[in-house]
Design a protein around this ligand. Structure first.
Ligand code: ZN
Length: 413
């Protein structure tokens, strides 16, 4: 009996470790952590610590440590499924009844194998960036303002030019073609043989919430097209149900999440201290992603590019956020195009102000709607009023879609 990975993750995310452990151990806050007497060994002064940021516990006396699920396992002497069950009930989550069929088990095994391939490929790219052949790529990242620590945190790598460098490396590691054919990072061609998908690109490993590499994005350093190339969907890479940067953002403990357009934006934001930044994976924002965000936050701030494409993307994302029961606000990046550029020019403090002043998504929608009508013309005025009324009606009919912030920048109607 095993629960699906995403269900376990939801159970973990919805049970704050400090809340849970507090009902067993008397905890006191010291700095950013909590301390108490260790329930796993006898002691008189507290050496048992709980970190709300990392959502883990650790005892400096006996070395016991883990996450909220392993705490319940150890304290209650429960098996993993029993601990998950207890915590699911505590958080009001209904668990699916799962018994694995032969076929389902095979599928799970395949996923495990694919994750191994990705992990090895990620390592290969990581070291390529750090040896002689990766010098220009490293310089490129430094020129873009990335610090060593940031490059390491996101596991950035480099794919240098070469027909099948990665392929040969993975074959040497003993991976079978059967597996490499479906992992999405090679092209199999009868005439040309096997070629690596990424050539001469900076590599962004895409990770799930458990820091496992599920896919890759590659960015050119010059003018080559496309600028970004993503590996395709595979049994472990569902683009509609994962977000770039969420593995770090989910423990940021900020009161919102920031949705950006690109990987570089996410990385620049994290480096500037906005560790709640995430991005969708080269495709439009989906309801699966909105539901994923709902596990960690109530409010999502959009920082899409300030150009037409960015506005369109924001207008598409807003109803999806509402549908998932999330409050949306839009960050104004003007006069800059994207958050990366904004932070480089005006700094983190200014960006923080833009977060505070982010516009309620409803007013943003109305303001954008206004652009479609000529308000000097009576007919245009009527059309705009009607369209606005329609939006308000829709807003009223939705119980979760209440307006929570004051109108800030609306100047017509
Ligand atoms: Zn202990």
């Amino acid at each position: 009996m095993r629960y699906p990975e995403d269900v376990v993750e939801e159970v973990r995310a919805r049970n704050d470790i400090v809340d849970v452990i507090s009902s067993y151990v008397h905890l006191q806050k010291k700095g950013s952590n909590y301390f108490g007497l260790c329930p796993f060994h006898n002691e008189k002064s507290p050496s048992f610590s709980v970190s709300p940021q990392k959502q883990i516990y650790y005892c400096f006396g006996c070395g016991a440590g883990g996450n909220v699920i392993s705490f319940i396992q150890n304290y209650e002497n429960y098996t993993f499924p029993e601990a998950v069950k207890l915590l699911a009930e505590r958080a009001g989550i209904t668990l699916p009844e799962v018994t694995y069929s032969e076929e389902a088990r095979k599928r799970e095994d395949l996923k495990t194998e694919l994750l191994k391939v990705n992990k090895e490929a990620g390592k290969f790219y990581y070291y390529q960036l750090r040896n002689e052949s990766g010098k220009t790529a490293m310089q490129y990242l430094k020129n873009r303002g990335l610090e060593d620590e940031t490059i390491r945190k996101f596991g950035l790598g480099f794919a240098r030019t070469g027909q099948d460098l990665l392929y040969r490396y993975l074959k040497d590691q003993g991976f079978r073609d059967e597996l490499l054919k479906i992992c999405g990072i090679f092209t199999y061609d009868e005439k040309r043989g096997v070629t690596d998908k990424f050539w001469s690109r900076v590599i962004f490993p895409i990770m799930d919430v458990n820091h496992r590499i599920i896919g890759f994005g590659g960015r050119t350093m010059g003018e080559a097209k496309p600028k970004y190339l993503n590996s395709p969907e595979t049994p472990v890479f569902d683009k509609g149900r994962n977000l770039y940067g969420l593995n770090h953002a989910r423990t940021s403990r900020k009161k919102n999440m920031i949705l950006c357009e690109g990987y570089m934006d996410v990385i620049a934001m994290h480096q500037a201290g906005f560790t709640q930044a995430v991005a969708s994976l080269g495709t439009a924002f989906t309801s699966g992603q909105a539901n994923l965000l709902k596990r960690y936050t109530e409010e999502v701030l959009l920082t899409y590019d300030s150009d037409e494409a960015g506005i369109k993307a924001a207008l598409r994302a807003i109803p999806i956020l509402k549908e998932a029961g999330l409050t949306g606000r839009v960050i104004d990046l003007k006069p800059y195009k994207d958050p990366d550029e904004f932070i480089k020019n005006l700094g983190a403090e200014e960006f923080e102000k833009r977060i505070e002043n982010a516009e309620n998504s409803f007013f943003y929608e109305i303001r954008m709607l206004e652009r479609d009508y000529d308000l000097k013309d009576p007919q245009g005025k009527t059309g705009f009023a009607e369209a606005t009324a329609k939006k308000i009606l829709r807003l009223k009919s939705r119980s979760s879609g209440t307006i929570t912030s004051k109108p800030s920048r609306i100047n017509t109607v």
